[in-house]
Design a protein around this ligand. Sequence first.
Ligand code: FVH
Length: 285
Amino acid sequence: MSVIGLGAMGRALAGAFLENGHPTTVWNRTPGRAGELVARGAAETAAVAEAVAASPVAVVCVLDYAAVRETLDPVAGTLAGRTVVNLTNGTPGQARETAGWAAGHGAGYLDGGIMAVPPMIGQAEAMILYSGSRDAFGAHERLLGALGTAVYVDDDPGRASLYDLALLGAMYGMFGGFFHAVAMAGSEEVPASEFTPMVSGFLNAMIASLPAMAAAVDSGDHSAADSNLEMQAAAYVNLLDASRAQGVSTELVEPMRALLDRGVAAGHGGGDVSSLVGLLRTAPA
Ligand code: FVH
């Protein structure tokens, strides 16, 4: 196993391979980041070509896809018969393009989305999504299991990245809502740590409504609404007015008002807010 890129995530990945007894070779653009891994038994190479040559599988985890190609292009001629597992964050288009590039050089290719932070790597809670060559995943599933729970999603190499970015969107939406909530409470000197259990409890209760919303999105039937869209659009104005009155910026919450208003204008006011998903697939007028 070779790990290319020893940032916070690459070091965690290499550490998990070592922890599971896999002989591990590592390389990083800037030398000097492998010390602890070498102390645990990793072999460090000075050239990326040596790292690629050391193992049938190269896990690449660098900043972005430009860095992936900058690193691998010079050694493309040595990739034939090997498998590249690219865990760098990127777009579905970048994943598909890189898969085509790898195939052009005779290499197997898996693109991955790491749904975890470095301290979680190696634990079951660390979900890692893979898409691309089904054969490559089958051949290396056990090895990849050292990093966390390996989930193969599709043979389209872009699918893992699509899911990764969609899930990150959900995460940032939650973070944004949380930041706004603690800023509101903080405007009256309520400490964030005192208010946060209330936020967590409420969000957990609201998460229970997601499966029903998903069913409405899939069926296109948004008529079942205990809390209809028009009512929510009217109440949302209070959130914005109160934020301004408390001296809290509305930059995180303003976009939802525009979407709620678009939903009402489109005639969806009597139904469930899940109808807004359909509006996101159409450009605002
Ligand atoms: N850390 C996290 O929480 C997230 C979890 C989900 C997945 N992401 C993605 O993982 C990729 C790597 O992230 P990272 O946390 O390891 O990032 P850094 O600690 O900043 O290390 C960056 C590494 O990338 C190398 N690098 C940068 N540019 C180049 C280049 N042009 N050529 C070769 N390598 C390059 C950098 O090398 P150096 O600066 O030490 O020489 C580091 O090894 C990333 O896609 C996340 O979105 C992490």
